[in-house]
Design a protein around this ligand. Structure first.
Ligand code: ASP
Length: 365
């Protein structure tokens, strides 16, 4: 089914009764509502399923992500205006599996600029769920404010029966408006649960309760429409990091090598040949490396291309487990999964390629 403009328009009309898309109401101008002493929240939209449109309302799996703009999403949840003065900006309109460094840097710079403004109390980012955890962790390391920065997505498109986006978006604005969300790093809210950017991961391909922080747990819940926190991370974030995107136009290339039976080091060699400045090895168990792959990784490390050991096991830390790994300068990822270890290594490489210094960063962030 092709998503022509006419088809999407028809869908929006038919879905308006049940889903995300209600008759358009203009986003409330910030100036007008500031008089009511509500918090001021800016919503930066990037696309994703939360802005997705399907060919019919029973279809929750085959749809166009990012089809709807931020004004349409806002118009569908007028209750948001009782919570905060909101202003939407469309930063990108993509399915997040195609997220790029360019969009990350644009987002991070815009967030830092907005949060310097004393009139802005918090930020919400609407995002596809596929790479939401990566964007959240990147922003957790580079945004410079203790004001709330909240990522939100949805698992069902806006046109679906029981779309999860509207309530998620309302919850995100509530969280971004709440003083208790300050100083906790970048947060993720979906399905009434609040996760920290560092520990959360997408655990399920289809279900609405996909975001979990395995073993380490949620930071809190939306309870009766209000955020309630039970814990927070001990790892440094936002104002406390050494990373600064102000003058960055790109990030160093870091490739992830996924270990498996019969692995032979060819992918590691290919990464070096492709110009990788760092490698994350998604190993087995406690970051173990196939005997045939280890020499290629040691070689990379000797050439000044730092190698981080992570794991494709879904829980537990990757810690030192072999003298050879340590002697060859391989860095342990701790509980960071491979895709998050990649982000920290990229940012670390903007400062140093010394494995000892990078290793310190993996203990700190
Ligand atoms: N592919 C979609 C995206 O990440 C999935 C989603 O948003 O849930 O944009």
């Amino acid at each position: 089914m092709k998503f022509t403009k006419t088809l999407i328009a028809e869908l929006l009309i038919s879905a308006s009764v049940i889903g995300f898309v209600l008759p358009a109401v203009a986003a409330e101008p910030m100036v007008q509502t500031q008089q009511q002493e509500k918090p001021n929240v800016v919503i930066l939209a990037t696309g994703g399923t939360i802005a997705g449109a399907a060919a019919d309302k029973t279809n929750t799996t085959t749809y166009k992500a990012g089809a709807l703009g931020i004004d349409t999403l806002l118009a569908a949840v007028p209750e948001i205006h009782d919570v905060a003065n909101v202003k939407g900006e469309q930063v990108a309109q993509i399915s997040s599996n195609s997220m790029t460094t360019e969009i990350w840097l644009k987002l991070a710079k815009r967030i830092n600029e907005l949060l310097k403004n004393p009139d802005v109390d918090g930020i919400v980012i609407t995002h596809g769920t596929d790479t939401l955890e990566e964007t959240a962790y990147f922003l957790n390391l580079v945004t410079k404010s203790d004001k709330p920065v909240i990522l939100v997505g949805a698992m069902r498109p806006a046109t679906a029966i029981s779309a999860d986006g509207p309530l998620n978006l309302l919850n995100a604005v509530k969280l971004a408006s709440d003083k208790d969300a300050k100083g906790k790093g970048v947060l993720i809210v979906l399905n009434d649960t609040i996760n920290g950017a560092r520990d959360a991961t997408k655990t399920n391909t289809l279900r609405v309760d996909t975001f979990q922080s395995p073993e380490l747990g949620y930071l809190g819940y939306m309870e009766g429409g209000k955020p309630v926190f039970y814990k927070q991370t001990t790892r440094k974030h936002t104002n406390e990091t050494e990373f600064d995107v102000t003058d960055l136009n790109d990030l160093p290339r870091v490739d992830i090598i996924y270990s498996h039976v019969d692995d032979d080091g060819k992918m590691a060699e290919a990464a070096v040949a492709a110009g990788a400045k760092g490698i994350v090895h998604a190993g087995t168990g406690n970051g173990s490396i196939h005997g045939r792959t280890a020499p290629a990784l040691y070689e990379a490390s000797k050439k000044g291309i730092p190698v981080v050991r992570s794991s494709h096991a879904s829980n537990g830390p990757t810690i030192e487990n072999s003298a050879a790994y340590t002697e060859n300068g391989l860095i342990d990822s701790g509980t960071l999964n491979p895709q998050k270890a990649r982000i920290l290594l990229q940012l670390g490489l903007t400062k140093t390629n010394d494995p000892a210094k990078l290793s310190e960063m993996f203990k700190k962030y």
